[in-house]
Design a protein around this ligand. Sequence first.
Ligand code: ATP
Ligand code: MG
Length: 256
Amino acid sequence: MSVKKIIFLNQKGGVGKTTTAVNLGSALAQLGKKVLLVDLDSQGNLTSAVSADNRLPGTYEVIVGKCSAKEACQSTSVQNLYVMTANINMAGLNIELVDQEMREFFVKKTLDTLGSEWDYILADCPPSLGLVTINAMCWAQYVIIPMQCEYFAMEGLNLLMRTVSNIKKSLNPSLKVLGILFTMYSKRTKLANDVVEDISSYFSSLVFSTLIPRNVRIAEAPSHGLPINVYDMSSSGAKAYQKLAQEVVGRVAKSE
Ligand code: ATP
Ligand code: MG
């Protein structure tokens, strides 16, 4: 079985990309998969969510050739879950890459040196469609689009779908949207239900049937440096990410 490469994409900020990368990753690790989380965001939220050391070589050093991808994989407190960290150095990368030849393929060139020991590699993208994000799209097979159940979500979604489809046509024919994921869902809110219904009727089976609830335990977990399934296994958030992991495994298997 070959490694599955997934990115979390939405140019809108604060929609749950990082939260989903960490917690889906940890849920997959709990299913016995060997998972690497790759932080591509200079904010380093994914890195701190698993309390990894961002002073050690991470994604930036790998991309600029200062260390090998393998050397930059750190273990976490969760069995089977590893991380390649990011720090503020990543902030300059869009500019550093811009004059390089094959500038869209630096992430691919480096991450594809990682061997088949991995079951899943999950990369967390910054909230922009800049060159680092384009690099991520040129490397990945699958895109998961986390989105909040709010009015402006739909507008951003069309641009995002177009961007993915352009990259697929021009730079990475293997790229595919694995699903749209609703995050921070409150079932008692009419707007949330309207948005879920609207987007589901338009994108039908592309929408994951798992809805991630708004859950305070999910928001607390990163401050303890733990994924939700370790921080509070019995929370509604942990259960939702466990269900999502099963759905992702099923969708990936079906698409191969
Ligand atoms: P950015 O675009 O800045 O990288 P993001 O898309 O990665 O943001 P997150 O950082 O994952 O978004 O989430 C934004 C905020 O919402 C965080 O404070 C996070 O803890 C909180 N949050 C995410 N999901 C949930 C949830 N299901 N319930 C409650 N809070 C949540
Ligand atoms: Mg983030």
